[in-house]
Design a protein around this ligand. Structure first.
Ligand SMILES: NC(=O)c1ccc[n+]([C@@H]2O[C@H](COP(=O)([O-])OP(=O)(O)OC[C@H]3O[C@@H](n4cnc5c(N)ncnc54)[C@H](OP(=O)(O)O)[C@@H]3O)[C@@H](O)[C@H]2O)c1
Length: 256
């Protein structure tokens, strides 16, 4: 059945107020989704994304929620389904980074990163599953990072959270694969956003010949994984890094 013939599908994008999440929200709206943009502290930025989508003729609603807060996540899903009567796509994009060498990382800082980056996706997945199971159709796209495989110094918490989200992707895919739900993961390389602006300015192209990515380099694949056409793709993690990973690991690898 062509997607255009159906009622608009409903997508939730966590961390949709900035960077990669904002690009994903804009792209899904362009593709005809009703988009629920979830921000945490940057309400103005979230509002700007929603306004931009609406100005372009799309449908969007702003929510403020901490993805690591169980009650807030349950409330978010209740609001989305009360408004639109469905929830087809969940993009777990919200994350924090807090680099520090493991030897001096406090338990509190470790737990904050894991709470947002890994417990958050667990809570959102668990909250949307009853809706998706009822529909017999759902798409979950988790956002990981190359840091899961090639972390820099100081990234133990961030890398562990991203390794965790990739394993969570595979484990959930096994559980829901026969129920019409697809769970996949996109692992960006270096993308110029507020999260990485300071590093991007300091490193330039980082000497390896690959450019810094744009949020729109990531949003296209996320949008594809949200479509009917992605039905045969399950439990996978896709690296989107302009070739950085293969260039780093090949025999002709340049030193940094
Ligand atoms: N940029 C890169 O180079 C890069 C590379 C690899 C992977 N990634 C991944 O791509 C995703 C997006 O990264 P980005 O660079 O676009 O990040 P960003 O610009 O720092 O934006 C992070 C987003 O997450 C939201 N957020 C943070 N903590 C939250 C919480 N507790 N509850 C709800 N929302 C929360 C923020 O909301 P507020 O603004 O409202 O606080 C913001 O919208 C992340 O998963 C990141 O790990 C990024």
């Amino acid at each position: 059945m062509p997607e255009a013939a159906a009622a608009p599908r409903v997508a939730v994008v966590t961390g949709g107020s900035r960077g990669i999440g904002a690009a994903i929200a804009r792209r899904l709206a362009e593709d005809g989704f009703t988009v629920h943009v979830v921000c945490h502290s940057a309400l103005d930025a979230g509002r700007a994304v929603v306004n931009e989508i609406e100005a372009g003729g799309g449908r969007a609603t702003l929510h403020q929620a901490d993805v690591g807060d169980e009650a807030a996540v349950a409330d978010l899903v209740d609001k989305v389904t009360a408004q639109d009567g469905a929830l087809h796509v969940l993009v777990n994009n919200a994350a924090v980074i807090d680099d520090q060498l493991l030897a001096v990382t406090s338990t509190g800082r470790w737990e904050r990163v894991l709470r947002t980056n890994l417990t958050g996706p667990f809570l959102t997945c668990r909250a949307v599953l009853p809706v998706m199971l009822d529909q017999g159709w759902g798409r979950i796209v988790n956002i990981s990072s190359n840091s899961a495989r090639t972390p820099g110094p100081g990234q133990s918490a961030y890398a562990a959270s991203k390794g965790g989200i990739e394993s969570l992707t595979r484990a959930l895919a096994v559980e829901v694969g026969r129920k019409g739900i697809r769970v996949n993961c996109v692992a960006p390389g270096k993308v110029r956003t507020e999260m990485t602006a300071a590093v991007a300015d300091r490193l330039g192209s980082d000497g390896d010949g690959t450019r810094w990515g744009l949020p729109e380099d990531i949003s296209g694949l996320v949008a594809f994984l949200a479509r009917d056409e992605a039905d045969y793709i399950q439990g996978q993690t896709f690296t989107v890094d302009g070739g950085r990973m293969v260039m780093r690991s090949g025999p002709g690898r340049r030193s940094r």
